[in-house]
Design a protein around this ligand. Structure first.
Ligand code: ADP
Ligand code: MG
Length: 569
């Protein structure tokens, strides 16, 4: 075990400076990190009065030797690093030697600590940073740190606290993140005398499921793979569990809970098209990287880190997330949207089938974005039964009845063909026997002048013809030759990104606009041959289950579900 010592001034000066103790949650975080650094297997956290009255963290870690206890409360005293070089390979949570000193300065602190070999524990009491007493005490090995009356020395600070409920939940969130990062450690959280959480020692799968899927009985979708300088493992929640904010997102790097906009956005990008704007996926992601590829010393509370190669990291995380989502199973049935109660089947009395189906649609199940086809997530072969309400295709698959939205399905087919052609290096065009004349506004004409290349990449040949007119000579072969008159205007608007906040690139926007505008619409009649052709095309897509707006293309009802409806089982 390394001895605690005060860092040399030159080292201390290289450490990101700033306020360590901002609120009760920051105290909880520092104390938990110390317990984890001390190799604890069991940690208990007690909070009273939102942590302002009391925070008590007790662990069974290696403890502090009696003659070092006072030293531990000095600024820049640490047993974890001794030189600047150590910062590059840091694996411990702590390294600044500041936490105990900062906490003790603004509260009444009691520490009871004992190493395994010590005959007795040492108890130290400090008020506002001054050591009041240190004496021997009977206690088992480990460390207990009690922080009372936080900020009593700096009452002005209290004014910056949020509501008790908010401070309390911030503190609890810290415990939850620590618990997720360290599944091999048992955690207990007690708030105002009531035990609110107990996580026994577990595997990471169990711990993550326990926290992330709490109360949902949900199967999380695992994702993993290589990233620059290391590897990642993530647990992804299904798109319908998305939240209006990012509270369900957990990011860890080398076991350290961090905030990382890059990593969050990379995962969110993996869900692209599965979620509507303003909804955020729930997930936990663990990056394990060579310490040299990150810099942890950029934030005083070590909440953020810097990655050396952000764009490569972003790409890798997005790819693995996408591949995992694409590889998971998909069509949400009415049964899942409408969980059975005590054996007898939904829909409950009075809920018509249409309502149940509508509910299933709302669930926005289905996963997809164009990307590598993943094994096992293809649509089974479907037998079309007919068109319903001039909007849906009814079809039968193995043991299921499918209702497919003809417009959404066709959009998906067209979009994937365009993107696939573009990726192959060129979308095949069909030349129009008679070019179509298109009137343009001056702005559109200017836009067209600069967009010929991009349009050509997706198979459009549009020529300027006079100041305010264009000629559409050829269009992508995949696209049906209908409603061509506004197609050029729509294509130009998409390239310009009018009203688009999705961050998609112009060619993807062009592909979407083209598919959306030319796809079969709700209300268009489809005969048996056309329905069958559309289903066959849909089966061949990488993601038959969602359109690129994130809406499902289909829902399914299983035989089991039907049997329950008819009280056959
Ligand atoms: P840091 O964690 O950055 O080293 P701290 O001020 O948090 O600085 O702690 C100072 C030192 O006190 C640590 O380096 C460690 O040696 C010791 N220490 C603090 N908490 C514990 C604990 N729960 N168990 C064992 N040692 C501890
Ligand atoms: Mg510390």
């Amino acid at each position: 075990m390394n001895r605690i010592r005060v860092l040399e001034r030159s080292v201390a000066e290289r450490i990101a400076a700033g306020e360590v103790v901002e609120r009760p949650a920051s105290v909880v975080k520092e104390l938990l990190e110390n317990s984890l650094d001390a190799g604890a297997r069991q940690i208990s956290v007690e909070i009273e009065g939102a942590g302002l009255r009391l925070i008590r963290v007790a662990d069974d870690g290696r403890g502090i030797m009696g003659d070092e206890v006072s030293l531990a409360f000095e600024r820049f005293s640490t047993s974890k690093i001794s030189s600047v070089e150590d910062l590059d390979t840091i694996r411990s949570y702590g390294f600044r030697g500041e936490a105990l000193a900062s906490i003790a300065a603004v509260a009444r602190v009691t520490m009871v600590t004992r190493t395994v070999n010590a005959p007795a524990a040492t108890r130290a009491r400090l008020t506002g940073g001054t050591v009041e007493e240190v004496h021997l005490h009977g206690a088992p090995p480990g460390t207990m740190l009690e922080v009372r009356d936080l900020f009593f020395t700096t009452p002005a600070r209290l004014k910056f606290m949020k509501s008790h409920a908010r401070e309390q939940s911030l503190a609890a969130d810290v415990v939850q993140r620590a618990a997720m990062a360290s599944p091999a450690v048992a955690f207990r959280l007690t708030v105002d005398g009531r035990e609110v959480a107990h996580w026994p020692q577990a595997s990471s799968d169990e711990r993550v499921a326990d926290i992330l899927a709490a109360g949902h009985g949900e199967d999380l979708i695992p994702a993993s793979g290589a990233i620059p300088g290391g590897s990642m493992k993530a647990w992804l929640s299904r798109p319908e569990r998305a939240r209006p904010n990012r509270t369900g997102q957990y990011v860890f790097v080398n076991g350290r809970p961090i905030q990382s906009a890059v990593v969050r956005r990379a995962v969110e990008q993996g869900y692209a098209q599965l979620l509507t704007v303003g909804r955020f996926p729930v997930f936990a992601i663990f990056l394990d990287v060579y310490p040299g590829s990150i810099d942890v010393n950029v934030h005083p509370r070590k909440l953020e880190i810097r990655f050396k190669d952000e764009s490569a990291l972003f790409g890798a995380v997005t790819r693995h997330t996408r591949a995992a989502l694409l590889g998971s199973s998909l069509v949400r049935g009415v049964a899942e949207a409408y969980p059975a109660r005590s054996g007898v089947a939904p829909p409950p009395a009075g809920v018509p089938l249409e309502a149940a189906l509508a509910l299933a649609l709302e669930v926005r199940e289905g996963l997809g974005v164009y990307g590598p086809a993943a094994a096992g997530r293809r649509l089974p072969s479907l037998r079309p039964i007919g068109q319903v309400l001039r909007t849906y295709i009814l079809a039968e698959g193995p043991d299921r009845l499918y209702l497919i939205d003809q417009h959404a399905a066709h959009e998906r087919v067209l979009y994937e063909r365009l993107i696939a052609g573009y990726r192959r290096g060129g979308v095949t065009s069909q030349t129009l026997a008679v070019p179509i004349t298109v009137d343009l506004s001056p702005a559109q004409a200017a836009l067209l002048a600069g967009s010929h290349d991009q349009l050509a990449q997706l198979g459009f040949q549009v020529e300027s013809f006079g100041a305010r007119t264009a000629l559409l000579r050829a269009l992508p072969a995949a696209v049906p030759g209908a409603s061509l008159s506004d197609l050029v205007q729509r294509a130009l608007a998409a390239l310009a990104g009018d009203g688009d906040e999705s961050g998609r690139d112009p060619l993807e926007r062009l592909a979407i606009a083209t598919a959306c505008h030319t796809a079969i619409r709700a209300g268009d009649p489809l005969d048996a041959a056309a329905s069958a052709a559309l289903l066959a095309d849909l089966e061949a897509t990488d993601d038959p289950f969602t359109c690129f707006h994130g809406r499902p293309t289909m829902i399914a009802v299983s035989r089991d579900q039907m049997e329950r409806w008819f009280l056959r089982s």
